[in-house]
Design a protein around this ligand. Structure first.
Ligand SMILES: NC(=O)c1ccc[n+]([C@@H]2O[C@H](COP(=O)([O-])OP(=O)(O)OC[C@H]3O[C@@H](n4cnc5c(N)ncnc54)[C@H](O)[C@@H]3O)[C@@H](O)[C@H]2O)c1
Ligand SMILES: [Zn+2]
Length: 228
């Protein structure tokens, strides 16, 4: 049995990290869709970095919840396992997950727009906004994937290859509207996998799911483990 797990912002909701689409996703008067774009960063890097500084502070205080911990345990139950996350918060790794592919980057990593170097920077709050590269003083950006940008190629290829040949794809806490990640459930079905979804709300994925567990992530994953 080959298990793939795809997670979205919903898995971290119980850790107190706001999702994008819930009402708690708003910062000041801005919607995430207005800030998580290359255009927003070009127009006002300071504003975008202030938002990231706020999000980093929330994530810094958050601990992995039962859902993250149970997913880390699933990795031991299945010889062939891959966790594909759209989250940038690093909470899966903090919970002990090792076989993780980050499709949308990591909020603790910065990318220099001048020299192209990437490195981790865990400072909260940042000393200067926008922050500057420690190597060349160039303007840094968060090393995350914004709306309209393509996914890191190696991660995406790893995810596709695994999902196409898995026996089960477990999808947890994703709205299923952010492409291309939202393509993965369909690819899994086409490859013959059983699709299990955990989400308190219906999503476009629900229509093609074999099993829908309409619960919060922690309770839903517990139920999934019992079904195995
Ligand atoms: N924690 C994070 O790293 C974080 C937080 C917000 C957004 N994001 C980014 O935002 C993008 C948005 O897409 P998305 O689909 O991941 O998130 P989303 O915000 O679009 O959707 C969140 C989904 O989680 C569900 N949900 C809410 N509470 C839940 C719970 N307790 N248990 C299970 N499900 C719950 C909602 O019904 C919704 O379908 C992603 O690319 C991701 O990188 C990441
Ligand atoms: Zn640099």
């Amino acid at each position: 049995m080959k298990l793939a797990v795809l997670t979205g912002a919903g898995i971290s909701a119980e850790s107190g990290v706001p999702t994008f689409r819930g009402s708690s996703g708003l910062w000041k008067t801005f919607k995430p869709e207005e800030l998580a774009t290359p255009e927003a960063f070009k127009n006002d890097p300071k504003l975008v970095w202030e938002w990231y500084d706020w999000r980093r502070a929330i994530i810094n205080k958050a601990e992995p919840n039962k859902g993250h911990l149970l997913i880390a345990k699933l990795e031991d139950l299945f010889e062939d396992f891959l966790l594909i996350t759209q989250n940038v918060d690093g909470l899966h790794q903090k919970a002990g997950s090792k076989k993780v592919v980050e499709l949308h980057g990591n909020i603790w990593r910065v990318l220099c727009t001048a020299c192209g170097r990437r490195y981790y920077d865990y400072r909260v709050p940042l000393e200067e906004i926008p922050p500057r590269c420690k190597h060349c003083k160039g303007l840094l950006r968060p090393d995350v994937v914004w709306f309209g940008e393509s996914l890191p190629q190696e991660e995406w290829e790893t995810a596709i290859k695994f999902v196409k040949s898995c026996s089960i794809l477990l999808v947890v806490g994703t709205s299923g509207v952010v492409y291309p990640a939202a393509q993965l459930p369909l690819l899994a079905k086409q490859g013959g996998a059983k699709l299990v979804e955990i989400n308190p709300e219906d999503t476009p994925i629900s229509e093609i799911a074999d099993i829908m567990i309409k619960k919060k992530a922690s309770e839903g994953i517990e139920e999934f483990i019992k079904l195995l």
